[in-house]
Each structure stands twice: as structure tokens, then as C-alpha cells.
Design a protein. Structure first.
Length: 347
């Protein structure tokens, strides 16, 4: 297993990170424990979760994933072997009414309450990386295009949020901080305030990045490399779209799309054509398309960790193994040609 720096924290995370959002909904506690056992034995030392997991988010599944991780820590006694990341939600914009009565903000009261509840569920007294799941302000995320400027909805000022996180770091509850579903402006603004006001520096950004969505490369990749803010790439398989299971509108029983009735960012006009083109490249070169997709992400220099998720052990084994695959220049050239033809069909 390859390990890479997590920003300037001194922590090194595995190039394959363990995503956990299916535990407590699509996966049982026992299955989650089995995945953690296997992943850690394979050298995967970075695990990512969130207060709102399992997914799809409901009042009944809220916090369930953290609970599964917590019972694993208690039963295995291996907390010190894991670099653990979790997240606090930003402004819910009328949704998630079961989370702090639908009034969550990235302010002192909400962040403190969220972190304390997460620590209790996780059965630990600290998290290695605490992330802001999405900004309070209105900005492009979850497949949105065309930024709409609405400063009246900016929410909690970034310096205020950083000040809260600074106090929680001093209290020993957090080792490092990161952002998620952020924009280039957001990342640079966090970094600016950290430098000017002596506030904690973000170590990472967790955004979607995959063969169907390479928008991270447009501006954030340069920032990440120049400023040592590593990408924790989520959805390297485009929420399983790159497996081909959803081609032509198929929704197999038990899959995420069968359980989650919210619109998917991966059901766009050119998605199927792009998936077929990537599947053809994989077949031509004797590769699994899912392993090729994960390896593509893991091979990028701005990626700190590639967050894989699986509902079966078979998929978990394959996804972790993909971290050791190096794609040839020929394969990468053909992938770029498809991206030129179908540029970011699923942003």
C-alpha cells in the first residue's frame, strides 16, 4: 500500500481510503466490521465517515455509520491504527430536519454539538480529520453548474468557523481539519484567513473526482499542489455508474439508486456514452473497468487518498487492489481522448 502526506499535518494516509456510508443501511454492522478488518489488514489506514451517514440520509439512519465504527473500535482495540475522518454538515437549506432541528450552521454551538455526538458514537475521544461536509454559503456543489451569487445566504463567516475549530484542536478533540464540496474561492479563503489570523490550516478537500467528473482539474488541482491541500477523492466510480450497472436506465434491486430516490448527478445525457467508451478501453487492455477508474484517480499527483466504498467483500477486495495498478501512458491517452469527446458529463 502506498501512503501520501495529508497536507502539512505530518500524517500519511493510504492511497486507498475506506468509505463507509453504506454501513447501517445497505450493510449490517457485522459486514461493516468485516470490511474494516480486511481493509486494515491490507494497509488501508484512512477511513472516512460523516455524522449524516448512512446514505441515503434519513432520520432513522442518521449516525448509524459512526455507531458501526464505534463498536468496531470497542471490540478490536485498534483505534491507534486508523486515521479517522468524519464531517459536520453545513446549512441544510430546508432539509435534514432531524439534524439539530434543521437549523445546523458552521458556528460554535452546532459544530461543538455535532463533534461531541460523533465522538460518542465513534467511541473515541478524538478524530484525526474533521471536515466541513459542505459550505454554509450558496455555491456549486453536488452536480450544480453556473454559480449563482447570493451573498445574503453566506451564513457563518469562515474566520468564525475556523476559530471554533481552533478551540476544538486545542481541546484535543481534533488533530486536523478539512473542507468538502468546496470551490477554489472557498479553499483559498480558508487558507488566507488561516495565514493572516493565525487560525488552523485546512489539510484536505474532499470533492467528487472520477472519469465522469474531472472538474477538480480546472482550478482546484493547482491550488492543492501549490498549497499542500490533498484531494480526498470521493465517488471514484461515479456512484457505481462506471461499473455499467445503470446503463440504459437500469436500476438493479438493492443498488443505491434503488434505495435513494433523489436525482442522481450521474444521470445526464452523455453519461451512458462516456461509460461505454471507458468500458471499451478497459476491455481492450484487459482491465476491469472499475479498477481502471480507481487507478486513474489514485495515479493523480494531487490526490492524497481515493475513497472507495463497497457493499460486498468481493467488490471491496477488487477496489483496494486497484490502488496497486499503474495505468500505461497508452491507456491514459485513450482516457483523455474520451474526456475530450465527452467532457465532464457528470459534474
Amino acid at each position: 500500500m502506498e501512503y501520501r502526506p495529508l497536507g502539512r499535518t505530518g500524517l500519511n494516509v493510504s492511497v486507498i481510503g475506506l468509505g463507509t456510508m453504506t454501513w447501517g443501511r445497505q450493510n449490517t454492522e457485522a459486514e461493516g466490521h468485516a470490511q474494516m478488518d480486511y481493509a486494515l489488514d491490507q494497509g488501508v489506514n484512512f477511513w472516512d465517515t460523516a455524522e449524516m451517514y448512512a446514505i441515503p440520509p434519513t432520520a432513522e439512519t442518521y449516525g448509524k455509520t459512526e455507531q458501526v465504527i464505534g463498536t468496531w473500535f470497542k471490540s478490536r482495540g485498534r483505534r491507534d491504527k486508523v486515521i479517522l475522518a468524519t464531517k459536520v454538515i453545513g446549512a441544510p437549506n430546508g432539509g435534514f430536519t432531524w439534524i439539530r432541528e434543521g437549523k445546523s450552521r458552521l458556528d460554535r454551538a452546532n459544530i461543538t454539538a455535532a463533534l461531541d455526538a460523533s465522538l460518542k458514537r465513534l467511541q473515541t475521544d478524538y478524530v484525526d480529520l474533521y471536515q466541513l461536509h459542505w459550505p454554509d454559503r450558496v455555491t456549486n456543489r453536488f452536480g450544480q453548474r453556473c454559480y449563482a451569487h447570493r451573498p445574503q445566504y453566506d451564513g457563518v463567516p469562515i474566520p468564525e468557523t475556523l476559530g471554533v475549530l481552533q478551540d476544538l484542536i486545542k481541546a484535543g478533540k481534533i488533530r486536523a481539519i478539512g473542507v468538502s464540496n468546496e470551490s477554489p474561492w472557498g479553499v483559498m479563503t480558508f487558507l488566507k484567513h488561516a495565514e493572516v489570523q493565525d487560525l488552523p490550516r485546512i489539510a484536505s478537500i474532499q470533492n467528487a473526482y472520477n472519469l465522469l467528473n474531472r472538474t477538480y482539474e480546472d482550478g482546484l488541482s493547482e491550488i492543492g499542489l501549490r498549497e499542500d491541500v490533498g484531494l480526498l477523492a470521493y465517488s471514484p466510480l461515479g456512484a457505481a455508474t462506471l461499473s455499467g450497472k445503470y446503463l440504459d436506465g437500469q436500476i438493479p434491486p438493492g443498488t443505491r439508486r434503488a434505495l435513494d430516490h433523489r436525482p442522481s448527478r450521474y444521470t445526464t445525457p452523455n453519461a451512458d456514452a462516456a461509460v461505454r467508451a471507458y468500458m471499451a478501453i478497459a476491455e481492450k487492455h484487459g482491465l476491469s473497468v472499475t479498477q481502471m477508474a480507481i487507478a486513474f484517480v489514485a495515479q493523480k499527483p494531487f490526490v492524497a487518498s481515493t475513497l472507495i466504498g463497497a457493499t460486498t467483500m468481493e467488490h471491496l477486495v477488487s477496489n483496494i487492489a486497484a490502488g496497486g495498478i499503474k495505468l500505461s501512458d497508452e491507456v491514459l491517452k485513450e482516457i483523455d481522448a474520451v474526456n475530450d469527446r465527452y467532457t465532464d458529463p457528470c459534474p
